[in-house]
Design a protein around this ligand. Sequence first.
Ligand code: ASN
Length: 335
Amino acid sequence: EAPPAKLANIVILATGGTIAGSGASSTTTVGYTSATVGVDNLINAVPELKKVANVRGEQVFQIASESLTNEHWLKLAKRVNVLLAQPDVDGIVITHGTDTIEETAYFLDLTVKSRKPVVVVGAMRPSTAISADGPINLYNAVLLAASKDAIGKGVLVSLNDQINAAREVTKTNTSTLDTFKTPELGMLGYIQDNRAHFYRQSTRKNTLDTEFDIGNLDVLPQVDIVYGYANVNRIALDAFVTAGAKGIIYAGVGDGSLAAQIKGPLAEARKKGVIIVRSSRVGQGIVARNGEANDDDLDFVTSDTLNPQKARILLMLGLTKTHDTKALQTMFSIY
Ligand SMILES: NC(=O)C[C@H](N)C(=O)O
């Protein structure tokens, strides 16, 4: 295959995670330490990158992704926006822990103001492991970010030779390499034979087409998640409301169903001004408005197909714009 006439300029923003992790031995695949290897070493481990793009690295932070905060997201999104506004940057790759990669990717999907490719990548095995997946995943991510076909597709998550959309992808297995999937709607494509192969794209608005602007934000509204289960009680909900939550995602059972003993407390919280979003712990399917609860009467919002952790992100950003439940519900149907 003929090399491209001019290589794309790709910036690799490193944030930590297992892709930058190291273990005691080559057979250590759990019990390793995340976020120990710096961005230059990640890049130097894959000399093949030079063939597909001009790459340079920046260490934005160095943490395991389970410790990520809203402030990390704001810092990262601002940096991505600054870089993508530069004519000499064609795309961004973000190396990231896999535990919250889907949340970061969706946050960026809603807040990056560019159609240039942004690819978030991680690894399931630390860099020191036999058959570590980090190097091939990084190679594929850079290839994808340099690909014209990735322009305008929203933020992408790429591991295990597959391309998934930020809004839809989720971690489905605690530890296997094929953990990232879009179970209900399907992945977007593959990376194979030094090429990105796209077959579909998300119909939901992203990047330049969203109303969200984090340029002047230093904090995000407090939104917490209350988990549903048989014998659920109101203790966690009340604690979050007392602690100042502006929004609650209720990860209900089934179709976002509400136990009798949680419905009243959620309605009370709504009357105090807290926005309630009914989501589901199931992980697939639409939470039907006015289905398992009368959302019109309760003045609740439903999460469409967003899982609770992604519904939290959309609600935080939504609350920077409005507290009107109709307007918020519209956001859940377009993003
Ligand atoms: N595979 C990983 O990256 C897991 C790690 N705990 C992280 O998210 O940072």
